[in-house]
Write a protein that binds this ligand. Structure first.
Ligand SMILES: NC(=O)c1ccc[n+]([C@@H]2O[C@H](COP(=O)([O-])OP(=O)(O)OC[C@H]3O[C@@H](n4cnc5c(N)ncnc54)[C@H](OP(=O)(O)O)[C@@H]3O)[C@@H](O)[C@H]2O)c1
Ligand SMILES: *[C@@H]1O[C@H](CO)[C@@H](O)[C@H](O)[C@H]1NC(C)=O
Ligand SMILES: *[C@@H]1O[C@H](CO)[C@@H](O)[C@H](O)[C@H]1NC(C)=O
Length: 362
């Protein structure tokens, strides 16, 4: 009988972390594989663990008064666990991401939905993947498209010797919602409304970051494109290596608050309206698209006019859609589509990674 996996979770109380913990008892493991044991939980100012590596209960985190371990001390503590150890990073914290190479060198596997580590400047990516061993693994399925099988699909294509020529699609649930609503492929009876109204609705429904400029600047899509480009073999230095079209009107870059931004956004509705009209004249609709042209070593992120009948134009709600163009698949791409955000589906991607790690380490 193999040893149980010791599980450490940073960011256990977030949306994704809570969904992960709720679903953890439901994972299906190969016969006679022991269930993973939670040995460490943390949120930003609290931690819960036992010096002797005995299991902890999530309910006890709130009342815990354990001293806070620094990241290097956490790596040291986990490295001497008697069982194979997996760290789940459910934060969006840059300093946790920067510590991945240290954890890996300490023989600890990493699973995370956090995009930061994989989209930061290239040296961190190289440090992470050069520290991977047979017992210190890295999985980050949910860093692009939440639970959708995007990273695993891309890795399978690359590792089976297919040649990926191009990857393109809609990688942001927020951008998907905004454009599917603003410029639907099929006209409905009621007018969809002005751009600023749609951004306002999305903000009120919690579909945007608290400051919608954090979505409209295109950085989230750019980070995901960096991750896919690197998985496809391109040496992209950083998100500053390629053009990113920001949808923040330049006059509003410096607005001092989200409220001020929302208040002034209606003054700039004409600009988005003219993109929409121009697309319509050509029988197209406007969408915010990420593109990785692997063959020509080019990445770009921004507005595109797409055919009304195309899969991207037909997206609904906040779905993501990713097309992989490869030698093997020929002119019809391999397409992955579905919800690209949400706590449960993101946690599902993390759990699926966990099952893979348990199978490999167990
Ligand atoms: N939700 C989605 O749809 C989705 C989709 C794809 C990817 N992701 C990624 O998944 C990750 C988690 O997202 P989320 O929505 O669950 O975020 P969240 O709700 O903001 O949760 C973040 C968690 O991390 C903790 N935390 C922050 N900094 C920390 C630190 N330095 N040390 C320890 N704990 C820390 C927070 O603790 P406190 O509560 O104590 O501050 C909280 O438990 C992010 O990287 C996000 O980009 C999310
Ligand atoms: C995130 O953190 C929570 C921590 O409680 C954990 O249960 C979960 O598995 C982590 N991963 C994801 C994707 O939520
Ligand atoms: C690393 O962890 C594995 C268990 O996953 C263990 O068998 C191995 O001995 C460890 N290696 C070192 C160098 O500690």
């Amino acid at each position: 009988m193999s040893k149980p996996i010791s599980l450490a979770i940073i960011g256990a109380t977030g949306g994704v972390g809570s969904a992960f913990l709720a679903a953890l008892p439901s994972i299906v493991l190969p016969p006679s594989t022991p269930r993973p044991q939670l040995i460490f939980l943390s949120r930003s100012k609290k931690q819960l663990y036992n010096k002797d590596y005995s299991p902890v209960s999530p309910e006890d985190l709130a009342s815990s008064s354990s001293p806070l371990l620094s990241l290097p001390d956490l790596a040291k503590y986990l490295s001497t666990s008697p069982n194979p150890t997996v760290l789940v990073d459910n934060t969006s914290d840059q300093s946790v991401a920067e510590a991945y190479p240290l954890f890996l060198k300490s023989n600890i596997s990493i699973i995370t939905p956090n995009k930061k580590a994989f989209s930061s400047p290239l040296p961190l990516w190289n440090a992470i993947f050069s520290a991977v061993t047979r017992t210190a693994l890295v999985y980050h399925e949910s860093s692009v498209g939440a639970g959708l099988p995007i990273i695993s699909t891309l890795n399978d294509l690359v590792r089976t010797g297919d040649q990926v020529t191009r990857i393109e699609g809609v990688f942001s649930g927020t951008m998907s919602f905004l454009f599917n609503t603003f410029a639907p492929a099929s006209e409905s009876a009621s007018s969809p409304g002005k751009w600023s109204e749609i951004v306002g609705k999305a903000k009120a429904a919690g579909y945007t970051e608290p400051d919608p400029r954090d979505d409209l600047n295109g950085m989230d899509v750019a980070r995901k494109c960096v991750i896919l480009a690197r998985c496809a073999g391109l040496k992209v230095e950083s998100t500053s290596s390629f053009p990113i079209q920001s949808l923040i009107p330049s006059a509003l870059e410096s607005a001092s608050s989200a409220d001020e931004f929302m208040q002034k956004l209606p003054n700039h509705d004409d600009e988005m309206e003219s993109y929409k009209t121009e697309a319509k004249k050509q029988g197209k609709v406007v969408r915010y698209v990420g593109k990785v042209d692997v063959e020509n070593n080019k990445v770009s992120v921004g507005l595109e006019m797409v055919d009304q009948g195309s899969p991207i134009a037909g997206l609904k709600g906040s779905d993501n859609l990713i097309c992989f163009y490869t030698k093997r698949y020929g002119s019809n791409p391999l397409v992955v589509q579905g919800a690209g955000a949400g706590n449960e589906v993101t946690a599902m991607g993390v759990l699926a990674d966990l099952v893979k790690v348990i199978e490999r380490l167990g």
